[in-house]
Design a protein around this ligand. Structure first.
Ligand code: 6GU
Length: 234
């Protein structure tokens, strides 16, 4: 899979050199290219934004600059890419969305700052023959200062679903959010030592009875989901 990320803060994306995503890149499983939006500005001050038509606070990112950047990325692509625009006004980015995106050959993530990107950019690329589609996505019900942190979230969630990125021991098929049966939140976890600062481990986990352990874990998951995420409880 190929992912191009366009941002006025390319250094913000440097965590993608590390950990699981960094290793997947080194293994050639994911080709991530980060681009500086300002390189596509044309004036002396490398302006990327202007005041909103209709008035109001903040600034809106220029369609002209985004168009130049996205056309340049498209010119290097080998297939029609999907344009992903992180925005708090987007559709919810969730595990099914990650699964869908993980099946795409090429994603281009357009990270906006300020109030957002001129809406004609999404409209134009949605209608373009040279792009597979456009999707505006939000990572949660809060407001970030820009799309970069959301892009990090999306790339990590998508990358770990690409075949070969996770080892067998941490298979994505075991993710609680991927299962249709059972509670979506995982219950508590324990490892050695058996007693830490006078706190023990639930006896059932030391019993060796795999049937009882599985039932206990499911009960814990159900209880935790009911308590913490009543919205996910049937
Ligand atoms: Cl994708 N972007 C921004 N700026 N804020 C957000 C978001 C995205 N998702 C939730 N809040």
């Amino acid at each position: 899979m190929r992912v191009d990320i366009v941002s006025i803060f390319p250094e913000y994306l440097s965590p993608l050199d590390l950990s699981l995503v960094g290793k997947a890149r080194e293994a050639g499983l994911i080709d991530i290219r980060v681009h500086d939006l300002r390189e596509f500005a044309t004036d002396r001050h490398r302006t990327v934004d202007d005041t909103p038509y209709g008035g109001g606070p903040g600034m809106v990112m220029l369609a002209e600059v985004w168009g130049a950047a996205l056309d340049a990325v498209r010119a290097t692509a080998e297939s029609d890419p999907w344009l992903v625009i992180p925005t708090p006004s987007g559709y919810r980015f969730d595990q099914p969305t990650a699964t869908t995106l993980a099946q795409r050959e090429h994603l281009v993530i357009a990270c906006g700052r300020y109030e957002g990107i001129d809406s004609r950019v999404a409209e134009y690329y949605a209608a373009s023959d040279e792009w597979a589609g456009v999707v505006e996505l939000s990572v949660g019900d809060y407001v970030l200062a820009g799309g970069e942190a959301a892009a990090l979230v999306m790339v990590e969630a998508v990358a770990r679903l690409i075949p070969g990125v996770l080892g067998n021991a941490e298979s994505a098929a075991d993710d609680s959010f991927s299962k249709s049966d059972g509670a979506p939140l995982e219950g508590p976890l324990f490892t050695k030592p058996p007693v830490w600062r006078e706190l023990g481990v639930p006896d059932v986990l030391l019993s060796g009875d795999h049937g009882r352990i599985a039932r206990w874990r499911e009960e814990q998951a159900v209880e935790r989901t009911r308590e913490r995420r009543p919205d996910l409880t049937p």
